[in-house]
Every structure is written in C-alpha cells, then in structure tokens.
Design a protein around this ligand. Structure first.
Ligand code: ZN
Length: 493
C-alpha cells in the first residue's frame, strides 16, 4: 500500500514536473516586410523612432547574415519558405506565377472556392498549391487544432501561404471592392468584426492602396483588430498571427530603393510597428509573445542610379527574349511555339508539343542554351534538371537546384550579370525589381524579439529556411513536413 502510494506520488510528481517544464509563449507574431533589404535596418536607423524597428534591433536578437537559399527570390516563395522552412523544389511554390505541367498558374488560384466579402475573383484563392505544412499547421497539430492561426496582408499570397492549410482565416485586400476579403476555403461569411472594420476603413473601389503608405497602416490596423476581436494570445494555448506588409514592395518597384517614397514608406512602417508593439505589450504582456521580423526578398538599387556612379548595371528581360528564341527554335525544328512561357529568368518548354513532334527535350534545351549564351549579359544559361554538372560557384548552383521542381519550375534558368534586373531598363527607368541569387535580392533581415529572446546578434550564416525550425524548436513542436532548415542555435539556446 505504502509502495503504491509512493509510486502514485512519483507519477503525479512527474506529470506536474512535465507540465511546468513545457513553456510556450501565448502568441507568435510573424512579421514579413515585403521587399525589405537587410541594410534598411541600418540605412534608416538614425531616422527611426525608439519604439519600432530600432527597438527590435536594440532589444531583440538579430541574425545579420540571413540569406535566401533558392531562386527566384520573389514574394510567394519568400512567404512560403519562411513558414515551411523549405524551398520551391519541395513546396511546389516556384514563383508568384508558374506553369504546372504546362498550365499557367497563379500561386494561390483556386477555382473551386469563391470570394467571401465581395463578388470579384480576387477572393478565389487558397493554399492548395502549397505542398508542405507551415509553422501554423504544425502548431495546430501539436495543440489538437486548438491554436488560433490567422494571416493578414494586402496581397492574397502574403496572407494565405504563411498560415497554410489548417488556418482559421486569412484576410487580404480586394482592390476592386476597396476592403478586406477572404475565401470559402476558410469561411462562408466574414466575421462581424471584419464587416465592421470594412465599414470604417473602406476605400473607393479601385483605389490603389498597395502603392501608398496608407496600405501599411491599413494592414497594421487590421492585424490589431484581429488580435483584439479574436482574443489571440488570451489563453494557455499558443496562437499565431502572421502579418505581411505589402506596400513596401509596390512602392519599391515603382520608385526604387532610395528617395522620398521609400523613405516615407519605412518611416510609416516604423511608426505603425511601434504602435503594434505597444499594443502587444499591453494586451499580451511584454514577455508573453514571440515576434520575428523578416522579408520575403530584397531588391536591387536602380540600375540608372548605379550606372551614374560607374557601377556595372542594366536590365535583361526574359519575356522580351522569348519571342526571338521561339522563332529561332521554330526555324531549327520546324515546330512553332516550343516555349510555353517565361517567368523570373526561367524558360518553360512545351513538353507535350516536343514529344508529339518526336524531338528530344534535351536537344531543344541545348539549342536554346547556346542561343541564350550569345548575349553578353548572360553569365550562365543552365539546364534546370542538370545544374549539378554546370561549372559555376557552388552557392549559385545550390540555389538553382533548390529552386528546381520538375513539374513546376521550367527547363532553363538564366543567370545574368550582377545588377542586371529582370526588366527592360530604359533611361527613364525609376524603379527596381528582384528575383536573382545576388545579395541585394537574397540578403534579408531576421530579428527575433520577446518571449525567450535575449538581446544580441550573430554574423554566423543563417538562411530563410532556418526561421520555421527555430520557431518550432522554441515552441517544442514538430518542424513543418518539408523543412530543410536548421534551428538557429544562437536564438534557441
Ligand atoms: Zn515580395
């Protein structure tokens, strides 16, 4: 009897000990700033107020050398890779737009769902093209689906891909309606609080809020309202709020990485972030939330500005090369339109047409590569399925292989000279672009702050795919199912 009692005491003790050992934050907040170059943290540092980006750097832990380890460096892939800890080869998100077995596809398009909150097609979106689980999915699984997971952004892909398949909701901006919408993938009607938010914040249909600082504020306001109305972080089960700021990208594309417009965007971001952080402090408690800030990609500086300062720069547009190459291939093989499309320096060949005409794909690729290499702006034109055997620096090769998905990423990948943006650069060109392997596109900020995070920084190499396993290690939950990254020891330990 005594022995039994003793055993019971030990057992109940063990259970109590185990419970007191698994500690988790009440809320995880992922904040992605679209097109934020790593060096903006320091380029604008002196201009920032105390409570926003400067606070993150001064209180948080910064991984100063975080690189994107795949190509192309674009929005849909950046958001899916941050939250899956994986690369396009495995997630199937190989671009904003790509071809699945020759069929043109937008990353989040889903004709089986309908818009919720508007009658337009802007809500016909879901994460079904994403082949991997996210941090949010794993958090759901670990909590028997009790965790609340919500995504907010102006861009649909930046709201949908981060939270994944099991999310409670994703909300994005329908420009044609002038307010936030969702899709029947998540719900059949907008919650009352979203309807109320839309009533107060509605814009004239068609208004372009993405290319204005107002878009930044509209996103933070929506995130703050979701936080309060959905009572996120208010119980013992960890919730996830994924927020992405899209306006910084639209402003960067239009006006470039320097100048008043970019400055205004980052000052607005800083101000709105400070408000958001102070709300998290008061609603959740300063040490009860874990927040990370990162970016889906960077951006090149304006090519004309660089040229003006004698730095080699220019443009190369794969879409304008494509008709000429298609014509050349037609002459060689007697078959028209062997190229089905191009995107982010990739050429997608029409496999069915080649097979029908009895031409070996390898032969077409060889001919096309020879033609592409005649252009002196092209450093490498690579057979995507065979990059391993190309004589090129290992770091570029690895990023090409990580970006290669046999069904979705095309057949040839073109590496241009540094600072040659994927665009037609005219003397009037004021903006910028991104998608390359180069540091200006692939070096992103990564700062953790809050629950379990000490102040500090590391210059040890880290990668975009390390973010998800780091967050999962801190939460003691399984990493996403296609994760190829590693938890960052300096952050977790
Ligand atoms: Zn982006």
């Amino acid at each position: 009897m005594l022995k039994k009692l003793f055993m019971l005491l030990i057992l109940s003790g063990a259970v109590l000990t185990a419970q007191s050992q698994i500690k988790r934050p009440k809320l995880v907040v992922g904040l992605v700033v679209d097109q934020m170059r790593w060096d903006y943290l320091y380029y604008y540092y002196n201009e920032f107020g105390e409570g926003g980006l400067k606070r993150l750097v001064n209180e948080g832990f910064s991984c100063e050398n975080t690189m994107i380890n795949y190509v192309p460096t674009v929005t849909a892939i950046g958001h899916s890779s941050i939250y899956t800890g994986s690369v396009p080869a495995l997630t199937g998100i190989t671009g904003n737009n790509f071809f699945i077995d020759g069929r043109p596809t937008y990353c989040c398009e889903d004709s089986t769902v309908r818009s919720v909150g508007s009658r337009s097609k802007e809500g016909q979106m879901s994460p079904r093209n994403l082949l991997a689980s996210t941090i949010g999915d794993e958090l759901k699984i670990a909590t028997d689906y009790k965790a609340k997971v919500i995504g907010v952004a102006l861009k649909d892909r930046a709201a949908i891909l981060p939270v994944g398949h099991t999310a409670d909701a994703a909300y994005w901006w329908d420009t044609s309606a002038g307010h936030y919408v969702s899709s029947t993938f998540y719900m059949n009607q907008l919650p009352r609080w979203v309807q109320d938010f839309n009533k107060v914040n509605r814009q004239k249909p068609g208004t372009d809020v993405k290319t204005s600082t107002q878009g930044i504020t509209l996103t933070f306001k929506m995130a703050e309202t979701a936080l309060e109305k959905e009572q996120m972080g208010q119980d013992d089960i960890t919730d996830l709020l994924a927020v992405s700021i899209s306006s910084t990208d639209a402003i960067g594309h239009t006006y470039g990485t320097r100048g008043k417009e970019n400055y205004d965007a980052y000052m607005q971001l800083d101000k709105d972030l400070a408000h958001f952080l102070s709300l998290l402090d008061s609603k959740i408690g300063k040490d009860n939330y874990l927040l990370f800030l990162s970016a889906d990609h960077g951006a090149a500086h304006n090519a004309n500005l660089l040229k003006h300062h004698r730095i080699s720069a220019g443009g190369y547009s794969i879409s304008s090369q494509s008709p000429k190459l298609n014509e050349y291939l037609a002459q060689q093989y007697g078959v028209k339109n062997l190229i089905v499309g191009t995107n982010s320096n990739r050429i997608f060949l029409n496999h069915a047409k080649a097979a029908q005409a009895g031409i070996a794909l390898a032969d077409i690729k060889r001919t096309a590569i020879e033609w592409l290499k005649q252009d002196e702006r092209v450093m490498y034109a690579v057979d995507f399925s065979n990059a391993e055997y190309e004589s090129m620096p290992q770091v570029i090769k690895e990023r090409i292989i990580n970006g290669y998905n046999a069904r979705r990423s095309g057949d040839i990948y073109v590496v241009t000279l540094p600072e040659y943006v994927e665009d037609s650069v005219t003397p009037q060109y004021k903006g910028t672009n991104h998608s390359m392997w180069n540091p200006y596109d692939s070096h992103i900020p990564l700062v953790f702050m809050g629950w379990g995070i000490g102040h500090g920084s590391t210059v040890a190499p880290t990668r975009i795919v390390d973010i998800a396993p780091t967050v999962c290690a801190m939460l003691h939950i399984q990493m996403p199912d296609a994760c190829v990254g590693d938890a960052i020891r300096q952050v977790v330990e």
